[in-house]
Design a protein around this ligand. Structure first.
Ligand SMILES: *[C@@H]1O[C@H](CO)[C@@H](O)[C@H](O)[C@H]1NC(C)=O
Ligand SMILES: *[C@@H]1O[C@H](CO)[C@@H](O)[C@H](O)[C@H]1NC(C)=O
Ligand SMILES: *[C@@H]1O[C@H](CO)[C@@H](O)[C@H](O)[C@H]1NC(C)=O
Length: 775
């Protein structure tokens, strides 16, 4: 154990966590935050307002209320919710919570839970973004009144990306507020940042008071993540944006004409569901059209997932919600935020790279990537430095523990280039360790868990990241040549990288184990090496030791792909104000593409093999096509509720989502009018046919004729009826049936697609056929 520093780090962390819990238990007399969901319609007539009723309910279960020394009863309630969900967040002991659960009018009680930002954060910086004049960005964007709410770490208002020059006054219907605090004044809101609010009651209840000396208890963003995601959604164009010369160009958000409303829910120690719920609730009431939520927790059943429940309420109010799929890839079944009423966004690469090379003493040159500021290690371009590797080529127990703090012997590495394996600690931190030990450079080698996926980092010393294969070759060279040498060179920014896009290795993967009938993720969007605005408070590596300050930073993660979709949704909403959240999602999905810029099927960077809909969903978003999708699959709030009615929830659990009642209009969850199609054959082999139903709405020319094309499958034949659709007016709806007949049961799912074509539009749905293994 002593030989394994990673384990030590865990141990130390674990003991801190434990210490924290003990402290929290002491100061709060074992009270925790619970989210108490109430049935608004059950309020007795004797009450005049809901909050009064909710708080009387909470009071009625308090243990010995008159003896409460630390807090009056009213202080027990830290939030009331009234738009997306109804109820309160309150500080309760477990016993009190249990008592409250039995009270009339109480629908559900959830303990507060912690969520994480979806950046590949420990590595903490990577990144690039298409800031040039690709069609989406050069599109003349209308001045419009769409407001996107961003739930994140706040905003750095001085960034040029939030300059409101030329924007029209804030729409009259907007009800948001500009909350002030340390480092954030009224004037920091403008025609671009139209709202800024903070939510920390749940966070403080769980972790103790925010230290106002070291953290802004205001919408100001210390972390950088929130500034980056907000700028990706709706940043104004900024010429000459770059990170230390890399990715030079014009940076702008997807919807530069849209407004931003900032809801700061994440603090230095994480993000809590009671705060997130309050932010969703408030955002819906403020009047946002789109919510961008680049965070997630684990997957829990629909009725246990408070974000899913709040998102349902937001969807009922016409708000489009885009969420990150998570960074749990390439492991299968690693998705979060999978509810059908949420748009779940995975991440893929773009056609830009930051190449760098390792030139070896044996004449070979190995390529990798880097964002190091200089072009080479200071000194002669031809100079060769000794290169060392502290691991061995036998599979050492944990190569990723190399180059952690305190593991490098100065006598072994000073003046040398050090090969380190990429692991769980921040990649830039490994560089810092090498630098501190006197190393002149670093080669960071991927291991099997990262494959060939390269993330470019803003290192503090000359450093190059290389893929697993090249890394092995380098290590082998060092281990077999006593006089191994190398030099590093940094080649700036390259465009036109092929193939691209490629699904990022870290992007979370399906299947969606909550409901196999709903294919997730929905789409992929750029999420690797994204350039966007950054905080002035933290260096580009996010390391406390990093004193550099930059206006833009390159980050990677599904946190970065989610705001691309949020921004494009805002563009669609601006162009088509009458489109429902489901129609916007349908337009994004049915126009997505599944081929890369070499004309081949999209690939997965963890294997270099073609990716499947479990990796890329309907494919890569294609914003211009999504403006004119031809046909759409609409879903009303009641239809989503009918889907829930098929999910074996109890009547009480169904109430968490809505007071609607089940009409039992869906025979099969796969019949939800979703833009992707997942046919699941049950375990019983005698069931060999399955029919699913879909209804399309014509949003193209009034008179349109479509015909269908379906890809072939090994295990089943597929019949679509009718095979042609004749529309005579706009918004006309036509239904069709898809019948799957098993030819031979397959042990692995089969993937394909169905396309409706009218000569102009291609309305594509991915298809997955799954045969559940016989019991
Ligand atoms: C905003 O942009 C305009 C036009 O480019 C410029 O004149 C102005 O100085 C900028 N404002 C700030 C606060 O940087
Ligand atoms: C490990 O290194 C030895 C020489 O030291 C070499 O013969 C062997 O092929 C290497 N093994 C692998 C798996 O690279
Ligand atoms: C459901 O709730 C809404 C608003 O909260 C209310 O207007 C409606 O009457 C309720 N419907 C039922 C069936 O309780």
């Amino acid at each position: 154990m002593a030989g394994n520093p990673v384990k030590w780090v865990y141990l130390i962390l674990a003991s801190y966590l434990f210490f924290d819990l003990v402290l929290a238990a002491d100061t709060h007399i074992a009270k925790k935050t619970y989210i108490v969901q109430m049935d608004k319609s059950a309020m007795p007539k004797s009450f005049t307002n809901h909050l009064e009723w909710y708080s009387s309910k909470v009071k009625s279960v308090l243990f010995n209320p008159e003896k409460e020394g630390d807090a009056g009863d009213d202080d027990r309630i830290i939030y009331s919710y009234q738009t997306a969900i109804h109820g309160v967040a309150a500080l309760l002991s477990q016993e009190e919570a249990e008592r409250l659960e039995d009270e009339h009018g109480v629908v559900a009680i959830f303990p507060d839970t912690k969520y994480q930002l979806h950046t590949t954060r420990s590595p903490a910086f990577l990144g690039l973004e298409p800031e040039d004049s690709t069609s989406v960005w050069s599109q003349k964007v209308l001045d419009h009144d769409v407001v996107v709410g961003v739930l994140d770490t706040g905003i750095w208002p001085e960034s040029e990306s939030f300059n409101d020059t030329g924007m029209t006054p804030v729409p009259a219907h907007w009800k948001g507020k500009c909350e002030t605090g340390r480092g954030f004044e009224k004037h920091h809101c403008n025609r671009k940042i139209v709202g800024a609010r903070v939510f920390y009651h749940g966070y403080e209840a769980a972790t103790g008071k925010i230290n106002e000396q070291t953290e802004y208890k205001s919408p100001r963003d210390q972390d950088g993540h929130g500034t980056h995601t907000a700028a990706t959604v709706a940043g104004s164009p900024v010429r000459g944006a770059n990170l230390q010369g890399y990715a030079y160009g014009t940076a702008r958000g997807m919807a530069p004409g849209a407004r931003l409303a900032v809801y700061k829910v994440c603090w230095s120690g994480g993000c809590f569901s009671s705060d997130i719920l309050s932010a969703v609730d408030r955002a819906v009431d403020d009047g946002v059209n789109v919510l961008s939520i680049s965070l997630g927790g684990g997957v829990s059943p629909y009725y246990r997932d408070s974000l899913s429940i709040a998102a349902f309420g937001a969807m009922e109010m016409g708000v489009f919600i885009s969420s990150s799929a998570g960074n749990g890839g390439p492991d299968p079944v690693s998705l979060t935020n999978v509810s059908p009423w949420i748009t779940t966004v995975g991440a893929s690469t773009m056609d830009r790279d930051f190449p760098a090379t390792v030139k070896l003493g044996n004449g070979r040159t190995v390529s990798g990537v880097s964002l190091y500021r200089e072009r080479r290690i200071r000194g002669s371009i031809n100079k060769q430095y000794p290169m060392v590797y502290m691991g061995s080529n036998s599979s050492s127990p944990d190569p990723s523990s190399l180059c952690l703090e305190g593991t490098l012997d100065r006598r072994m590495v000073a003046g040398k280039i050090v090969i380190c394996d990429r692991g769980i600690s921040p990649r830039v931190q490994k560089g810092q360790v090498v630098k501190d030990a006197g190393g002149v450079g670093m080669v960071l080698s991927n291991t099997a868990s990262n494959g060939e996926e390269l993330v470019a980092d803003c290192h503090l010393l000359p450093a190059v990241a290389v893929g697993e294969t090249e890394g092995k070759a380098l290590k082998n060279y060092v281990l077999t040549s006593p006089k191994a040498t190398a030099n590093l060179a940094f080649l700036d920014t390259r465009l036109g990288i092929r193939p691209s896009p490629v699904v990022a290795a870290f992007s979370s993967r399906g299947p969606n184990f909550l409901s196999l009938e709903i294919l997730k993720p929905d789409v992929v969007a750029p999420g690797v090496n994204i350039l966007a605005a950054w905080t002035g408070d933290t260096g580009p590596s996010s390391l406390p030791t990093d004193r550099r300050r930059v206006k833009f930073n390159l980050l990677s993660g599904t946190s970065m792909s989610c705001p691309h979709v949020s921004g494009v949704a805002a563009l669609l909403k601006a162009r088509h104000p009458d489109w429902s959240p489901a129609v916007i999602k349908s337009a994004l999905m049915t126009t997505a593409y599944v081929h890369d810029n070499t004309g081949n099927p999209l690939r997965d960077s963890s294997t270099a093999a073609p990716s499947s809909p479990y990796d890329h969903g309907a494919g890569h978003i294609n914003p211009i096509k999504a403006l004119d999708p031809g046909l759409v699959y609409d879903i009303k709030a009641q239809d989503y509720f009918e889907f829930l009615c098929t999910q074996s929830l109890t009547p009480a659990q169904l109430k968490f989502f809505s007071n609607r009642s089940c009409q039992h209009s869906l025979a099969n969850p796969g019949d939800l009018n979703y833009p992707s199609i997942s046919a699941v054959f049950p375990e019983k082999a005698s069931i060999t046919t399955l029919t699913l139903h879909r209804t399309v709405t014509n949003v193209g020319p009034a008179v349109s004729n479509y015909h269908v094309v379906v890809s072939p499958f090994k295990g089943a034949s597929v019949q679509v009826k009718p095979k042609t659709l004749h529309f005579t007016r706009k918004y006309q709806k036509i239904s069709y049936k898809i019948t799957f007949t098993t030819v031979s049961r397959q042990t692995v799912p089969e993937f394909g697609g169905l396309v409706w074509k009218d000569g102009v539009h291609r309305v594509r749905s991915p298809i997955v056929i799954t045969w559940l293994p016989p019991l």
